[in-house]
Design a protein around this ligand. Structure first.
Ligand SMILES: Cc1cc2nc3c(=O)[nH]c(=O)nc-3n(C[C@H](O)[C@H](O)[C@H](O)COP(=O)(O)OP(=O)(O)OC[C@H]3O[C@@H](n4cnc5c(N)ncnc54)[C@H](O)[C@@H]3O)c2cc1C
Length: 502
């Protein structure tokens, strides 16, 4: 079946959704839900999957974009979580999304704040992480091992580091997805290619073991989707539909720094947080020139918002911590935007010792929970482990189904990229980059850049094939232009033109 998602397909699949009974209804189309839709559809099950908003509307688009090997979990003794992360990273790098996920280097500057004993312990941790890489089967060619750098080499990779007192640096490598929202789009489209109905702007109002009451948010119409089994994959909102699931969301804020704010940065940075033993702030240069810097971990009090706000206190904290490693402190003027996401942390399911403690200490392992009405909820975990979460959820919901196939199933775009494909398009569209290029050849007006090197053709492609239904979908999820408010305002007319053109 065709992988293209668009308004016309949504309309006819919505008509069908109210009439027949599907094997699996998945609620929520973040990485976990889109992954579950793909897992179930690729096992030959019939699937409907709904999201109240858009693909990747929730936490999945607010991540640090690390596809990590779980080093941090090793440090806290969660060896099983670390192993699972290393295995899932391997699947993404080698088989499922090699066009979207690649190795990225990180520099940890050895400043006077990092004692020699801590540096030695960190290097031991990196080596253990490298041993996990090898055990998971990821070749060094795809993920190089750690090394020690001289101060001069560290400054060559990150010229904005403070040279004064710098003894050198530790260099490590981990996986990174070019854009977390694009990973979700690729998952949803691959699920659609296997026959799953992907229905955005459809809110589940109430769940039962045999289906859900759903409202089309575009028309206000309500209808039932009947299913043999139901998977709740609504992340931080899971408890609203299944009250027996108790979460302790934690807010993580990132800054979006202006291109050049940290000079010609050729690697990410791990900046020690003063007073913390094994926590680091991250500086994450992006392919589009922007630099993300994060990341806080603060418990959320009160109701879960649709789009969390990044408070000024988080912005000030991050500027201060990152400034400690730089030759020039960062100022508010370096900040072009900020975004916050909520971690869907499970309250004390497998970390009862952390109950009531800091959210930073809560386990990052996922949980699959069956409520008395038979609904299976899958929650917690990470972007990196979405596939394993999806497999576990479908195993629990459909015990008689055949085994999962997703560990080696390439996502849309993962095929061979024809030589000569333009680099930026290849990194975002993989084997489809030539089709995007062909749009520009057919109509040169579509080659016009909108922002960050993104052309009008990419917006038109997103409307025709990636399920973008409005300007918000285009600017905030199919592209990330919207992370900087003034860029968003400048690109809005192009997004509206693309919707009309497509
Ligand atoms: C700040 C931050 C940084 C992170 N960094 C990383 C990282 O670098 N690497 C990593 O591996 N992980 C990272 N994570 C974790 C990771 O982002 C999340 O664990 C993961 O994205 C959760 O995905 P999900 O699909 O379970 O939830 P979500 O992405 O939140 O998806 C839930 C979906 O459900 C929909 N929904 C809600 N209610 C309803 C309803 N009633 N009806 C229909 N749909 C509904 C929402 O619209 C949403 O799209 C980070 C998390 C945060 C917050």
């Amino acid at each position: 079946m065709n992988s293209s998602l668009n308004a016309a397909r949504r309309r006819w699949e919505l008509d069908e959704a109210g009439t027949d009974v599907v094997d699996v209804l998945v609620v929520g189309l973040g990485a976990t839900g889109a992954g579950a839709a793909l897992d179930a559809a690729s096992r030959g099950l019939s699937v409907a999957a709904v999201d109240a908003h858009d693909l990747a509307f929730g936490s999945s688009r607010w991540s640090s974009k690390l596809i990590h090997g779980g080093l941090r979990y090793l440090a806290s003794g969660q060896v099983g979580v670390a192993w699972e992360s290393a295995v899932e990273r391997d699947a993404l790098l080698r088989f499922t999304a090699p066009h979207l996920v690649a190795a990225h280097p990180y520099v940890l500057p050895l400043t006077p704040d990092v004692p020699r004993a801590q540096a030695a312990a960190l290097m031991t941790g990196y080596r253990l992480g490298d041993a996990l890489r090898a055990a998971a089967g990821t070749p060094r060619r795809l993920l190089p091992g750690p090394s020690r750098l001289s101060a001069g080499r560290a400054l060559a990779l990150a010229p904005s580091l403070r040279a004064d007192g710098l003894r050198g640096a530790l260099l490590s490598w981990d996986g990174r997805v070019v854009d977390d929202a694009r990973l979700v789009v690729a998952l949803a489209r691959t699920a659609a290619a296997h026959g799953a109905r992907i229905l955005t702007r459809c809110r589940a109002l109430a769940l039962a073991g045999d289906g859900a009451r759903v409202r089309d948010e575009l028309t206000g119409d309500e209808f039932d989707i009947r299913a043999r089994t139901v998977i709740n994959a609504t992340g931080v909102w899971a408890g609203e539909l299944t009250p027996s699931v108790v979460l302790r969301p934690s807010r993580g804020t990132h800054l979006v720094l202006r291109p050049g704010a940290l000079g010609a940065l050729r690697a990410g940075l791990h900046v020690p947080i003063p007073g913390e033993r094994a926590r680091f702030a991250l500086v994450l240069p992006q392919a589009d020139g922007r630099v993300y810097a994060g990341l806080t971990d603060e418990p959320l009090d009160g109701p879960v918002p649709d789009v969390p706000e990044a408070p000024e206190s988080d912005v000030a904290f991050l500027l201060e911590v990152i400034g400690t490693a730089l030759d020039r402190p960062l100022s508010r003027a370096d900040v072009a935007g900020a975004f916050a996401g909520l971690r869907p942390l499970v309250d004390a399911v497998d970390a009862p010792e952390a109950a009531g403690g800091r959210t930073a200490d809560l386990s990052r392992r996922h949980a699959v929970l069956r409520s008395p009405d038979g609904v299976v909820t899958v929650v917690g975990g990470k972007l990196t482990t979405y596939r394993r979460m999806a497999e576990d959820a479908v195993d629990a919901a459909c015990p008689d189904a055949r085994a999962s196939r997703t560990a080696r199933l390439p996502l849309v775009g993962a095929g061979p990229v024809r030589p000569g494909a333009p680099g930026r398009l290849a990194r975002r569209y993989g084997s489809e980059s030539w089709a995007v290029r062909d749009l520009m050849r057919a109509d040169p007006a579509l080659a016009e850049p909108v922002a960050l090197g993104i052309t009008r053709a990419e917006l038109v492609w997103a409307v025709r094939h990636e399920g973008a239904l409005d300007a918000g979908d285009l600017l905030d999820r199919r592209t990330r232009i919207g992370l900087v408010p003034e860029d968003r305002a400048a690109a809005l007319p192009a997004a509206e033109a693309a919707l009309a053109y497509a």
